[in-house]
Write a protein that binds this ligand. Structure first.
Ligand SMILES: [Fe+2]
Ligand SMILES: [Fe+2]
Length: 178
């Protein structure tokens, strides 16, 4: 059987989970060394915006969640609109606060500014880990059970098209292996 959009999205979750492990390790190193390597955190912010949000969340929002909202009624509205989309926005807020904390640390390398960097970075990981678990165990299975196979096929083709268009992906092969 060919890979469907659901398997593709779950593979992307695995990469983001690996990335979250790397973020936690980097934060632990900051505490031990009492310093922050700002450029490393800036590249994390870039990865989140390009891959986790720009590539993965965009695919969910433009393809899967849109079909669920169009076809699956009030359950989809609760799961997607009041759940997953709110959490995507919350994740964007944490990343924007992480960026502000990095700017503040560059001006003043205080322990308080370091704490804000770590709090936002780890907060992002905590949120995404729970979010992806809910998608893997509740949201995707519900969509798989309730959307017609023809709709799943069309979503899969759209997801493949989006993957081909996001040519920047190779840039991150090192980041997600750390
Ligand atoms: Fe999501
Ligand atoms: Fe996801």
């Amino acid at each position: 059987m060919n890979t469907t959009i659901f398997e593709t999205l779950k593979e992307e979750h695995d990469r983001i989970l690996t990335f979250c492990g790397y973020v936690r390790n980097t934060c632990a190193n900051c505490i031990e060394s009492q310093s922050v390597h700002v450029a490393e955190f800036r590249s994390m912010v870039q990865f989140i915006r390009d891959y986790a949000d720009g590539h993965h969340h965009r695919k969910e929002e433009k393809i899967l969640f849109q079909e669920m909202l169009d076809r699956l009624g009030s359950v989809a509205i609760n799961l997607v609109q009041h759940g997953m989309l709110v959490e995507h926005d919350w994740a964007r807020l944490l990343v924007s606060d992480l960026e502000k904390a990095l700017d503040a640390y560059e001006k003043n390398r205080s322990t308080k500014n370091m704490l804000d960097i770590i709090a936002n970075a780890v907060g992002y990981c905590n949120l995404l880990e729970r979010h992806m678990e809910k998608e893997n165990t509740v949201v995707y299975p519900y969509a798989q059970r309730n959307l017609d196979p023809g709709v799943v096929q069309r979503m899969t083709e759209l997801a493949e098209k989006m993957n081909r268009e996001d040519f920047f992906m190779e840039r991150y092969s090192d980041t997600v292996r750390k």
